[in-house]
Design a protein around this ligand. Sequence first.
Ligand code: AMP
Length: 305
Amino acid sequence: MPVLVVGSIALDTVKTPVEEHTDLLGGSASYAALSASFFAPVKLVGVVGDDFPESEFEFWKSRKIDAEGVQRVPGKTFRWSGEYAWDLNTRETRSVALNVFENFQPVLPESYRNTDYVLLANIAPTLQAHVLDQMKRPRFVVADTMDLWIETTRTALDALLPRVDLLILNDSEAREMTKETSLIKAGRRIRTFGPRYVAIKKGEHGALLFGEDEFFSCGAYPLEDIHDPTGAGDTFAGGMAGHLAGNVKERVEFSDLRRAMIYGSVLASFNVEEFSLERLRRLTKEEIEKRYDMFKLMSQFEVIS
Ligand code: AMP
């Protein structure tokens, strides 16, 4: 089954302690859509300016990513610039230029409205809600968010949460949202705000998943070389939503979410190996399955009494 993905499509400038690259393809929807496309057809929603390379539209076409919902409008594409510290974990945003995003009102093509699985990748919660308003009756809604929206548009975010099945956020955002220091308390608390399930990402330390009476914790795939952590969270969300859309036939169960979380982690681990979407562009299904199996092997243990 297809998954609808809405979010930002950007041209990023990324600086690490050893490299700097400008005007790279980025944005939450770019990462999430390509990641999801390994598991399910994608219907992409977003906006780009007239400076955005036409070759990306051709690339999306080659990957079963339907870009009918991507508007090209006069003006410049959304631009973001970030700089990483030596630990490649701490990041500072150097600049953000909304450009064509400023007046963006997503309009879903008719063929998108019936989609069962939806990923509201990171954008303003009002825009995420606007997309949901145009959908018939999605079966499973995944949403991602960031500290900016928790701090500046909390009312809109709170209004969205009851409409979300799975909310994905990182550890500092979960703490900020709940004012809890314990991530276990934070995850449980966020469920009371509306989402049936909550996934809390802990960067290189893995992720936690909360359901009503269920809990799951997984590590991150251990990597020797990280080149660019940008988009890891979006790739994780895309992998999770794509895997659910492509594999769950009936109701989404907790066991489906556990598996989806490992696939999300696998996809994110590949993404950080190179700048921008370069690693994802040449990633294969076989490589994904091989790393998934390795992940499983590394997480298994036996208690011998
Ligand atoms: P992540 O590393 O998962 O936080 O995602 C990084 C991506 O988010 C970059 O490619 C940026 O273009 C995009 N981004 C940064 N700020 C925003 C924002 N305020 N709204 C939407 N996307 C953003």
